[in-house]
Design a protein around this ligand. Structure first.
Ligand code: AMP
Ligand code: MG
Length: 492
C-alpha cells in the first residue's frame, strides 16, 4: 500500500534523532482516510481495505522500507527556551516522493512514548486529532500552506487528560517537520557542524535555488527565504482570521507550512486582540501579534545561523539584523496583497492600506463577523442590492454604509467588470471556515457518542470553502451566544 520510502532524514547524523518504533495499540480502527491525498502521494489503493489501513496508520506494523524515528528539536515556548523538546509522541516513518516529484514526510502523531516524551504519555486524545484533521485540511483547501491529514485511527485505548478520553493517532504529511526549534537544538549545544548539516539538508529540500551559493551568502539566503515564506504565510492566516494559538519556535516550520494545530481557532467577530488558547494568559499569540511573533521567531533562527553567516560575529549580526529589519515591510506588502484581493482591488493604489484599515476598524466597532463580512462584500461587488445583507452584519450600519461609498469610488479606478471582480473575491473570501462551535460539536459527537457523522459533514464542507454549497447555509452562521467557544485547549 505505501509508496517507497526515501529516508533522507534518517541518513542525517545519528544525533539528529532517536530511532524509535511506534508502540502498538490495542484495537486500531480507521476513522478517516484522505483518499485524494493518498493518491497524490502514490499510495496503491487498488486493494484498499480499512482494517488493513488501520494496522498501518496505527503504527502496529511498520511499512517496509521505513526506518521510524523521533526527531530532535528545541524551542522557545511562550518566550522561554527549552533546549530539548523533540518528538515526544510523533514518529517519522520516512519521506515519499509525491506525483509532483516533491518529498513529503509521513509522520504518525500519537505513536507512543519516545526518548523525548519527558513526563508525557506519547499519545493523543481523539479530540485534538480530529481538530487537526479538520483545520489542516480546511487551511489547505483555502490555499494556505499547511501540513496535511492523511488518516486518523482510534486506538481502542484510553488516554487520560483529566478525564479518560478515547485515544487516536493522526497520520500527518508535511513538506518536512523541520522547525526553527530544530536549528536551535544544535545551536544550543554549540554544534555548529550540526546546524550546517541541517541547513544544507533544508536547502536541498526546500530551497534548492540556494545550493549554488557558497559560505555566508548561502546561509543568509536561507534566512531570507524562510523569512519570505513566513511573511507570506502569516499574511494568509490574517486574511482568514486564523489564530494559531501556540506560535512557539518549535511550532514554526522552516518550509513555511502551518504546523501543529493545538488550541487554534478562527475569529468570528472581528477583534484584533482575540485570543482563544487557555494557556495564552498574556495574549502573546493574539491575532494581531502573529506577524510580530513570526519576526521574533525568525530572529531566533537568525541567531542559530550567525556562525555560518560570517566568522566575524559582529559582521554576522549586522547582516542578519539588516535582513530581519526588512521583515515589517515584506509582511506589510504580503498582507496588503491578501487584503487587496479580498476587497476586489485590481491594481495597487496609494490609498489602499487606509481603505483596508478603515474597513477593519468599522468591523471592530460594529462587531461584524470576519468571514461573513468579506463574503458578503463579494456579493455587494456584484450587485448593490446585496449590500443590505452586508450592512446587517454591523452594529453601526451608517458607518459601513459610508465605507461602502469610499470602496465603490475606489473600484471605479479599476478595469475589472463587476462579475470578474466578484468571482475573484469569492476565491479569496471563504464562505465556509471551520467555525469553532461546529468543530466543537463534531469533536463532542465523536468522543461522547462515537458518532463521526458531524465530523465527516464538516470536513466535506470546509474542504470546499469557496463554493456556495446551497443547503448548507447553516454552516456559514457564526455561533449563537450559547454556542460560542471562548477558550480552546491544547489537549495534548
Ligand atoms: P505541542 O504542544 O504538540 O507542540 O508539543 C510540545 C512538546 O511537547 C513537543 O516536544 C511534544 O512532542 C511534547 N508533547 C506533547 N504532547 C505529548 C504527549 N502526550 N506525550 C509526550 N510528549 C508530548
Ligand atoms: Mg509542537
Amino acid at each position: 500500500m505505501f509508496p517507497p520510502f526515501t529516508l533522507r532524514y534518517a541518513r542525517l547524523p545519528e544525533r539528529f534523532f532517536e530511532r524509535f518504533e511506534p508502540v502498538p495499540v490495542r484495537e486500531p480502527h480507521l476513522i478517516a482516510f484522505n483518499r485524494p491525498l493518498a493518491e497524490t502521494l502514490g499510495f496503491d489503493l487498488a486493494a484498499f481495505d480499512a482494517e488493513e489501513a488501520a494496522v498501518w496508520f496505527s503504527g502496529n506494523v511498520v511499512p517496509r522500507g521505513s526506518e521510524p524515528l523521533a526527531q530532535a528539536y528545541a524551542g522557545h515556548q511562550f518566550g522561554g527556551f527549552v533546549p530539548r523538546l523533540g518528538d515526544g509522541r510523533a514518529v517519522l516513518l520516512g519521506e515519499v516522493t509525491d506525483r509532483d516529484g516533491r518529498l513529503r514526510d509521513i509522520q504518525l502523531k500519537g505513536a507512543g512514548r519516545t526518548p523525548f516524551s519527558r513526563g508525557g504519555d506519547g499519545r493523543s486524545p481523539l479530540g485534538p486529532v480530529l481538530r487537526e484533521y479538520l483545520v489542516s485540511e480546511a487551511m489547505h483547501a483555502m490555499g494556505i500552506p499547511s501540513t496535511r491529514a492523511l488518516a486518523a485511527v482510534t486506538t481502542g485505548e484510553r488516554v487520560v487528560r483529566g478525564i479518560p478520553e478515547p485515544g487516536a493517532i493522526l497520520t500527518r504529511v508535511a513538506a518536512s517537520h523541520i522547525r526553527v526549534g530544530t536549528f536551535q537544538y544544535f545551536a544550543a549545544r554549540g554544534d555548529i557542524d550540526g546546524v550546517r548539516e541541517l541547513a544544507d539538508h533544508v536547502i536541498e529540500r526546500h530551497y534548492p535555488e540556494l545550493a549554488k551559493h557558497e559560505g555566508g551568502e548561502r546561509y543568509l539566503g536561507l534566512l531570507e527565504a524562510v523569512q519570505a515564506r513566513q511573511a507570506a504565510l502569516i499574511a494568509k492566516w490574517m486574511g482568514v482570521g486564523f489564530i494559531h494559538g501556540v506560535m512557539n519556535t518549535d511550532n514554526t516550520s522552516i518550509s513555511g507550512e502551518t504546523i501543529d494545530f493545538g488550541p487554534c481557532a478562527f475569529m468570528e467577530q472581528y477583534d484584533p486582540q482575540m485570543v482563544f488558547s487557555s494557556i495564552d494568559e498574556g495574549g502573546r499569540y493574539a491575532y494581531s501579534n502573529q506577524p510580530w511573533i513570526a519576526q521574533w521567531n525568525l530572529a531566533r533562527l537568525a541567531e542559530t545561523l550567525l556562525p555560518l553567516i560570517d566568522d566575524d560575529t559582529d559582521r554576522a549580526i549586522e547582516r542578519a539584523t539588516e535582513l530581519l529589519q526588512r521583515y515589517p515591510e515584506q509582511y506589510e506588502a504580503e498582507w496588503l496583497d491578501v487584503m487587496r484581493t479580498k476587497l476586489g482591488l485590481e491594481r495597487a493604489q496609494p490609498g489602499d492600506k487606509a481603505l483596508v484599515e478603515a474597513l477593519l476598524s468599522t468591523m471592530h466597532r460594529g462587531r461584524a463577523d470576519f468571514t461573513l463580512t468579506f463574503r458578503r462584500l463579494a456579493d455587494a461587488a456584484e450587485s448593490r442590492e446585496a449590500e443590505a445583507a452586508l450592512v446587517a452584519l454591523f452594529e453601526r450600519p451608517e458607518e459601513i454604509a459610508g465605507w461602502l461609498e469610499d470602496w465603490r469610488q475606489r473600484l471605479a479606478q479599476d478595469l475589472w467588470t463587476e462579475d470578474e471582480r466578484a468571482q475573484r473575491m469569492r476565491l479569496a473570501n471563504p464562505a465556509f471556515i471551520p467555525r469553532n462551535h461546529r468543530v466543537q460539536q463534531a469533536l463532542t459527537a465523536a468522543m461522547d457518542e462515537n458518532d463521526f457523522g458531524p465530523f465527516e459533514s464538516l470536513l466535506e464542507i470546509v474542504t470546499r470553502p469557496f463554493d456556495d454549497q446551497p443547503g448548507f447555509e447553516e454552516y456559514t452562521r457564526p455561533a449563537e451566544p450559547t454556542e460560542r467557544v471562548f477558550r480552546t485547549f491544547c489537549g495534548t
